[in-house]
Design a binder for this molecule. Structure first.
Ligand code: KG4
Ligand code: ZN
Length: 351
C-alpha cells in the first residue's frame, strides 16, 4: 500500500435531503466539514419539499465545495478520491450531488465512489473514535430511517437486523413537534423542551416491546402508535379546555422513544456477541438517547461509541469517512454511469 492509500485524502459530497455537505478527510482525520442547510426554506411547509431542496443544492454546491477546500487548505489535485451519496434519499436532491461528484472526478481524473448514506452515518464515528472494532451493533436513527445494523466490516459487510415497521424515529419527533405547535425539524426543539419537563408525567406506549411482539419483532421498531397516542392525549386536554403541558408531553414522548431504542440496541449487541455499540443519524444527536444508552451500555458491560452531535446530522465528512474505508479495503471505484437510488439498501455500501 502506498502512502496515499494508507491515509487517503478523500472529498465527500452529501445531498440526499436538505443539507448540502462537503467534507474532507485524511484517513480518520477530519480536515473540513462545510454544510449549507436549506431547512429555513422548508419550515413553513412543516417538512422538506423535494423540489425546493434540489434547487438549493444546485445553488449551494460550488460555494460549499470552495469553503471546504479553503478550510482544509487542500487543493483538488491532491485528492485520492471523491465519495458521494448515491442513495438512499430524495431523487432530485441526490442527482445534484452525484452529478457534481462525477464532474469533479472526470475533470480531475480521480476515482469516484458512490456510497451509501446510511453507512456514512455509521462511518462518521471513525473521525471521532478511530477504526471500528467489529462486530459492532449500530443504531441508525434519522428522519427517514430507523434500523439496527450488524457491522461486520465497515466497507463490505453491513447486515440490517431490524428496522421500523412504520415511522422513523426522527419522523415521530417531527410529527409530535407539529402537533405541539413546535417548528420543524422537531427533534432539536423537543430535545430542548423536554429538558424542562417530567419524563414520567405521562406513560406513553413503547412500540413492539410486548412479549407477543418480541417473537417476530425483537429488533424492530414502531412509532406510529406512540405518535397517535400523543395526539389523542393532547386532543383530550384541549377538548377539556386544559392548557397542554408541552414540556411534560415532550419529555414523556422522548422517554418512550429513547427507552425502546436503547433497550433494543443493547439486546441486539448481547444477542449478536458485539462488544461495541454505535449510534448514528440525526436523532443520535438527542441528549436523552445519548445519556440513556450510555447508562444501559455500561450496565451491560458494552462500550458505546457516540459521534459528536454535530457529526450526527447529515454532512459531507460522513461520506468522506466512508470513502476512506472503501479505498482502504481496496475496492474498485464506481463506474461513471451509476445513477442515484432513492431506496438503496444499507447492505449496498458501494454502488
Ligand atoms: O440524519 P438526518 O440529519 O437526516 C436524515 O437522513 O433523515 O436526521 C434528521 C432527523 C430529523 O427528523 C430531526 O428532527 C432529527 O434528525 N434530529 C433530532 C435531534 N436533532 C436532529 N431528533 C432528536 N433529538 C435531536 N437533538
Ligand atoms: Zn441522514
Amino acid at each position: 500500500m502506498n502512502a496515499s492509500s494508507a491515509e487517503p485524502l478523500v472529498l465527500g459530497i452529501e445531498s440526499s435531503c436538505d443539507e448540502t455537505g462537503v467534507g474532507i478527510v485524511r484517513g480518520n482525520r477530519l480536515l473540513a466539514n462545510e454544510v449549507a442547510s436549506s431547512v429555513d426554506l422548508h419550515v413553513r411547509f412543516g417538512g422538506v419539499v423535494p423540489e425546493v431542496a434540489s434547487r438549493a443544492h444546485l445553488e449551494a454546491m460550488v460555494p460549499t465545495l470552495r469553503r471546504a477546500l479553503a478550510a482544509a487548505d487542500v487543493d483538488l489535485a491532491q485528492l485520492d478520491g471523491i465519495a458521494v451519496t448515491a442513495g438512499p434519499g430524495l431523487m432530485g436532491a441526490l442527482v445534484v450531488g452525484l452529478a457534481s461528484a462525477k464532474t469533479l472526478a472526470a475533470y480531475l481524473n480521480k476515482p469516484l465512489y458512490g456510497v451509501n448514506h446510511l453507512a456514512g452515518h455509521v462511518a462518521v464515528d471513525l473521525l471521532d473514535h478511530g477504526d471500528l472494532p467489529t462486530p459492532c451493533v449500530a443504531l441508525l436513527v434519522s428522519g427517514g430511517h430507523t434500523s439496527l445494523l450488524l457491522v461486520n466490516d465497515m466497507a463490505t459487510d453491513i447486515v440490517e437486523i431490524g428496522s421500523t415497521i412504520d415511522d422513523a424515529a426522527g419522523e415521530a419527533y417531527d410529527k409530535v413537534a407539529r402537533l405541539l405547535g413546535l417548528p420543524y425539524p422537531g427533534g432539536p426543539v423537543i430535545d430542548k423542551a423536554a429538558a424542562e419537563g417530567n419524563p414520567k408525567a405521562i406513560r406513553f406506549p413503547r412500540g413492539l416491546t410486548a412479549r407477543h411482539d418480541l417473537d417476530k419483532h425483537r429488533f424492530d421498531f414502531s412509532f406510529s402508535g406512540l405518535k397517535t397516542s400523543v395526539s389523542r392525549w393532547v386532543e383530550t386536554e384541549e377538548r377539556a379546555g386544559r392548557p397542554v403541558p408541552v414540556a411534560d408531553v415532550a419529555a414523556s414522548f422522548q422517554e418512550a422513544v429513547c427507552d425502546v431504542l436503547s433497550a433494543k440496541t443493547v439486546d441486539a449487541a448481547l444477542h449478536h456477541g458485539a462488544q461495541h455499540i454505535l449510534i448514528g443519524g440525526g436523532v443520535a444527536a438527542n441528549s436523552r438517547l445519548r445519556a440513556l444508552l450510555e447508562e444501559r451500555a455500561v450496565a451491560a458491560g458494552l462500550e458505546l461509541r457516540r459521534p459528536r452531535p454535530g457529526l450526527c446530522t447529515d454532512n459531507g465528512a460522513m461520506m468522506a469517512a466512508l470513502g476512506t474505508q472503501v479505498i482502504k479495503a481496496g475496492l474498485r471505484p464506481s463506474s461513471f454511469d451509476i445513477s442515484a437510488n432513492s431506496g438503496l439498501p444499507v447492505s449496498t455500501i458501494l454502488v
